[in-house]
Unconditional design. Structure first.
Length: 280
């Protein structure tokens, strides 16, 4: 997919009652907007590849809230599948109207989901189809692959988290990759493959084996030091609950010692993976 000036970009996340994920998604939108702006300038893109971006330019806000509209900058917005006052198709309609006012004819929809579960395979396509029917042929809605398709890049991000913890405490330990999980057949395959690449075992929040079950298996095998990596995009209610479970598990007998990583979080590297999805 070629980057066109007439394209606007909409990041679709799950949605949460916790405000932290929304804040993180908006930061990710800003990072993506910066990368899209650079990607439209070949000479600047070449320079970027030889440098490290560790900042968010204060004058560029991906969704442009409170900054005024700048037609030279790509429009990047955010929407939520659930827990939003409006259904997703209505959010798409409102964003497309805003994009059209800036001359954007195409909406690139980017699902920020790690697994091809029901939300990705059924819910989002249904909402997009409803939006298409209401829009007619006036706009193009282009749904890109979900973020979890960037398996190798995501694996590198998780591996970097593990390496960071190992640098602080290099003692050998087994690692558990904790994902939300999906009951949809085949949806957890990418998590299992990632765990194999990381020499880790999997656990799931919504299905078996649970984190508690995996920890018990490792305890029974004689392990007393265990590493845990939450395979989630952002900090929120579930990652808080994982942290509380780890705290409770550490108090059981015989005592266990845990290293707990943070979720992926909005980062330059994650924005780069999303940028890659816009070009597929």
């Amino acid at each position: 997919m070629t980057l066109h000036l007439s394209t606007a970009y909409l990041l679709v996340s799950h949605g949460s009652r916790d405000p932290r994920p929304e804040v993180a998604v908006k930061k990710l939108a800003r990072l993506l907007a910066d990368r899209l702006a650079v990607a439209r300038q070949p000479t600047a893109l070449s320079a970027q590849r030889h440098s490290h971006w560790n900042r968010i330019p204060g004058g560029s806000l991906g969704d442009r809230e409170g900054k005024g509209e700048d037609s030279a900058s790509p429009l990047v917005g955010t929407a939520q599948l659930e827990l939003h006052p409006l259904p997703l198709h209505q959010q798409i309609l409102e964003f497309s109207d805003r994009a059209a006012s800036l001359g954007c004819e195409r909406i690139c929809i980017l699902p920020l989901f790690l697994l091809p579960g029901v939300h990705v395979m059924e819910d989002i396509p249904e909402e997009v189809q409803t939006a298409r029917q209401l829009l007619g042929e006036s706009r193009i809605l282009d749904v890109r692959p979900h973020l979890g398709r960037e398996t190798l890049g995501l694996t590198r991000l998780v591996a970097s988290q593990i390496q960071g913890l190992q640098a602080k405490d290099p003692r050998d330990r087994p690692w558990i990759l904790v994902s939300h999980g999906s009951r949809r057949e085949g949806a957890n395959t990418t998590v299992e493959e990632m765990a194999q690449r990381l020499d880790a075992v999997t656990a799931y929040w919504s299905r078996s084996p649970s984190l508690e079950e995996r920890v018990e298996q490792l305890r029974a095998a004689g392990d007393r030091q265990i590493g845990i990596v939450p395979y989630f995009l952002f900090t929120g209610g579930i990652t808080d609950a994982i942290g509380e479970s780890v705290r409770q598990l550490s108090q059981q007998q015989p005592p266990l010692e845990f290293q707990l990583a943070e979720p992926l979080g909005p980062s330059d590297e994650l924005a780069d993976l999303i940028l890659h999805l816009t070009q597929k």
